[in-house]
Design a protein. Structure first.
Length: 115
């Protein structure tokens, strides 16, 4: 299984980014996918998740600002991030439950928000 997150970068507070995550080697359309993030010196945390049926959930800190979506034809999950704040600065990872148990996280994508 390969997990390829991309789309990170440097943005000013209040700006937007869209992250993409391509996952190969799984039955993508049948799998729930989750975005996590890990800030420097902190533990990795849940950001947003989407089920195979398209139901989404978010951590409280990003509700109303982030939107998760998926395109099963492209084996891709997206994370649209609006009104970014400095506290959103982190490396963002996508994953499935199964791969997280195997400690397979891919390289992630770095998001840096300047104030």
């Amino acid at each position: 299984v390969q997990l390829q997150a991309s789309g990170g970068g440097l943005v000013q507070a209040g700006g937007s980014l869209r992250l993409s995550c391509v996952i190969s080697g799984i039955s993508f359309s049948d799998t729930s996918i989750t975005w996590y993030r890990q800030a420097a010196g902190k533990q990795r945390e849940f950001v947003a998740g989407i089920t195979s049926g398209g139901s989404a959930r978010y951590t409280e800190a990003v509700k109303g600002r982030f939107t998760i979506s998926r395109d099963n034809a492209k084996n891709t999950v997206y994370l649209q991030m609006n009104n970014l704040q400095p506290e959103d600065t982190a490396v963002y990872y996508c994953n499935t439950f199964g791969e997280s148990l195997k400690n397979n996280w891919g390289q992630g994508t770095l998001v840096t928000v300047s104030s």
